[in-house]
Design a protein around this ligand. Structure first.
Ligand code: SAJ
Length: 432
């Protein structure tokens, strides 16, 4: 039934999805309205860093089953995998809301090609009811009725950056149809490569599932961050306390850190707030706790150094989490920027994107260069190379002996043996 599909959006989800369908024998048209993305892919450059993606895309293009286009064309199924960012958060301003322009544009682009019997799948993360209230009415301008003449379903992507290819095929997949037949058609499509369980439901439930997953994670991280602040205040090591609490069979406290980044966990909860601002108190508060965490981290660095004015700081890592190159919504970027804004001379080093830096700071090309001349070294992202940093290497390059660990991974004994004072997020000074 599905011999040809169009995947709209060649980003973090669309490109791996299109490539995976292609290597499973489906004719795939990868659609993107950004000419630079198409140019890069046509020249054999994969614009996204994700383990295994380059090889997968090469295999897909090499098979002859994947080709690129600026516009959709007639096909058996259409998959929408375009970005749905939130409007920027303004302190004291209105809550962020979903920007659905790309979903609207993709639906409109499908419209002239839609035929009876087609399946349209929405994968982008969206506020509840988007499939029913936004996408269906646009596609119904064709004169065809959703769920009657063509099939329409929502299937959220749930893959973890860094493990996208593996999780794409192995994770359980939720498919929510505007009708049961739409969900069944979705199952038939994804069963071409998904090895995990495929769970069918209705479209709005599937939208809620996705938002509830990431919101639950955000709220869990917020409580961990709040525990860290309380531990600092009462003179406890939060890492030890969490390790002990997590021995309880029904407790699993997540890791505190410098804040929550990425384009999912820090964004999606706002789509639930948007759905019912009067009721979503806890979700909004958790977002605020996590959004305030970078400022808390800056205060920690300031306390460690006495003052930020004129201090030379090596800021290690800018990505939103370890071992990825993705800087979107990264709390590390925000911390580096705030340190500079508050008077520090900041040298950043992001091994997965060495050319990138935060506003007001300078980028180093190597770890060594970042450390050289620094009075303090601040661990923002626990990339493998930084977890393994030998305090002796830092001591040899740095005139200062202040280390700040915002991820709870550096061993105090090792840093102290090298002459450093190590300040760790969530570790209070025990009171007698
Ligand atoms: N973080 C902490 N403490 C923790 C775990 C994470 O501070 O204990 C921080 C990370 O440093 C990062 C942020 O949270 O800044 C988010 O990282 P993450 O690893 O929790 O999640 P993402 O954004 O990489 O991917 C999430 C995943 N969702 C869940 O685990 C519920 C993934 O499955 C989704 O597909 C993805 O969002 C998405 O695209 O929505």
């Amino acid at each position: 039934m599905f011999s040809k599909i169009c995947v709209i959006g060649m980003g973090y989800i669309g490109l791996p999805t299109a490539s995976t369908f292609a290597i499973h024998g489906v004719q795939v048209v990868g659609v993107d309205n950004n000419p630079e993305v198409l140019e890069a892919l046509n020249a054999g450059r994969v614009h996204i860093q994700e383990p295994g993606l380059r090889a997968l895309a090469e295999q897909a293009f090499g098979s002859g089953n994947l080709r690129l286009s600026r516009e959709p064309e007639p096909a058996d199924a259409f998959i929408i995998a375009v970005p749905t960012p939130a409007t920027p958060r303004v302190k004291g301003g209105a809550d962020p809301t979903a920007e659905l322009n790309s979903v609207i544009a993709a639906s409109q682009a499908i419209l002239p090609h839609l035929k009876a019997g087609n399946l349209v799948m929405l994968e982008s993360t969206c506020p509840p009811r988007t499939t029913l209230d936004l996408v269906a009415p646009i596609l119904e301008r064709s004169g065809l009725r959703a769920g009657v003449d063509f099939l329409l379903a929502y299937s959220p992507e749930r893959v973890l950056p860094g493990r996208i290819l593996q999780e794409l095929t192995e994770n359980a997949r939720v498919i929510g149809g505007v009708t049961p037949a739409s969900a069944e058609a979705g199952r038939e499509l994804y069963a071409l490569f998904v090895r995990g369980e495929i769970v069918l439901t209705d479209a709005t439930t599937a939208e809620m599932v996705k938002l509830m997953e990431n919101t639950s994670r955000d709220v869990s991280i917020a409580i961990a961050n709040e525990f860290a602040r309380l531990a600092e205040h009462v003179g406890v090591d939060v890492w030890e306390a969490i390790a002990i609490a997590n021995r309880h069979p029904r407790i699993n406290i997540l890791r505190p850190g410098p804040g929550v980044g990425g384009h999912c966990v820090s964004v999606d909860p706002w789509f639930l707030v948007q759905a019912d601002p009067e009721q979503a108190h806890l979700i909004r508060t958790a977002r605020q706790v996590n959004d305030d965490q970078p400022l808390h981290a800056v205060r920690l660095v300031e306390r460690a150094l006495g003052t930020l004015q004129g201090r030379k700081v090596a800021a290690l890592g800018l990505a939103y989490k370890p071992d990825v190159d993705d800087l979107r919504e990264s709390p590390a970027l925000e911390i580096a920027r705030l340190l500079a804004e508050q008077g520090a001379e900041v040298r950043t080093y992001e091994p997965h994107a060495p050319e990138r830096t935060a506003s007001g700071t300078r980028a180093a090309n190597s770890l060594q260069e970042a450390l050289t001349g620094a009075q303090a070294v601040v661990l923002l992202v626990d990339h493998k190379a930084f977890r393994e940093l030998e305090p002796a290497q830092a001591a040899a390059a740095m005139p200062g002996r202040v280390a700040v660990d915002l991820r709870g991974v550096w061993q105090p004994a090792a840093w102290e043996a090298a002459g450093f004072t190590l300040h760790t997020l969530g570790v209070g000074i025990p009171r007698g």
